[in-house]
Design a protein around this ligand. Structure first.
Ligand code: PEP
Length: 233
C-alpha cells in the first residue's frame, strides 16, 4: 500500500473536487489516496479519498483574523493537513519552528500532519542537502510526538519544474530520512517523495526503498493525470 497525496495548492473548485471523487469510484486500488484542498473545498467526504488541508494556524483559537485552526479543520471533515510546504516557507517565511507549532496543533486536534522538508537549489549546490533534511526533521517534528505523522521530502528546486532528482539521489535521501526518523524514535513513519511526480515516473519512484508514497502537485488536479499515478502501483 502506498500513500498517494494530491496538493491542489490554490487551484480547483468544489465542482472539480466532486468530479475527482466521482472519477475515483471507477478505480480499484489498495493505495491510500489523500487530496489536500483549499479551505473552501473542505467539507466533502468520500469513501475512496481522504481530504486534507494545506495549512493550519499555529494557534488554538482567538484573535487571529484570517486563520483557520486545527479544530476547525476537523470540524470540516479534514483528516490530514500539509504543514511547512516549501511555498509556505518561501512566501510566508515559515521556519522549522513555525512548522513544529503547526504540527503540534494538528496532532493535538487529531489531524495527521504531512510535514514537508527539502532543500533549495542553492543549498543543494552548496552540498547542504543532508544537513537541511536533518535539521528539517529534528526541528519541524514535535519531539514528544506519539501520534501518526507523515513526512514529505520535497526537493524545493524540483517542485513544479518538471525535473526530479535521480533515482539514486532519491534513494540516498530517503534512506537518510528513515535513519534519522529511527534515531528520533519514529521508525515506520511514512516518507513521501514530492516534486514533479507524474504518471510516467510515479511507479519507478515508488519502487525505491523507503519511498512510501508521493506528494503530487500539478498532476493531481485532473483525474486523467492523477488516476494513472494511483494505478501505477
Ligand atoms: C508540491 O507542490 O507539493 C508538488 C509536489 O508540486 P509538483 O508535483 O507540481 O512539482
Amino acid at each position: 500500500m502506498k500513500i498517494i497525496t494530491g496538493n491542489w495548492k490554490m487551484n480547483g473548485s468544489v465542482a472539480e473536487l466532486e468530479i475527482m471523487i466521482n472519477a475515483m469510484q471507477s478505480i480499484n486500488t489498495k493505495n491510500k489516496v489523500i487530496i489536500c484542498v483549499p479551505f473552501t473545498m473542505l467539507g466533502k467526504k468520500s469513501d475512496k479519498i481522504s481530504i486534507g488541508a494545506q495549512d493550519v494556524s499555529s494557534h488554538e483559537n482567538g484573535a487571529y483574523t484570517g486563520e483557520v485552526s486545527a479544530k476547525m479543520l476537523m470540524d470540516a471533515n479534514a483528516e490530514y493537513v500539509i504543514v511547512g510546504h516549501s511555498e509556505r516557507r518561501q512566501y510566508h517565511s515559515e521556519t522549522n519552528d513555525t512548522v513544529k507549532q503547526k504540527a503540534k496543533c494538528a496532532i493535538e486536534s487529531g489531524l495527521i500532519p504531512i510535514i514537508c522538508i527539502g532543500e533549495t537549489m542553492e543549498e543543494k549546490q552548496a552540498g547542504k542537502t543532508m544537513k537541511i533534511i536533518e535539521s528539517g526533521l529534528r526541528e519541524s517534528i514535535p519531539a514528544d510526538v506519539k501520534a501518526d505523522v507523515i513526512v514529505a521530502y520535497e526537493p524545493r528546486w524540483a517542485i513544479g519544474a518538471d525535473l526530479t532528482p535521480t533515482i539514486d539521489e532519491i534513494s540516498k535521501t530517503h534512506t537518510f530520512i528513515a535513519n534519522i526518523l529511527e534515531n528520533m524514535g519514529l521508525t515506520g513513519t511514512p516518507i513521501l517523495y514530492g516534486a514533479s511526480v507524474n504518471g510516467s515516473n510515479a511507479a519507478e519512484i515508488m519502487s525505491i526503498p523507503n519511498v512510501d508514497g508521493v506528494l503530487v502537485g500539478g498532476a493531481s488536479l485532473k483525474p486523467d493525470n492523477f488516476l494513472p499515478i494511483i494505478e501505477s502501483v
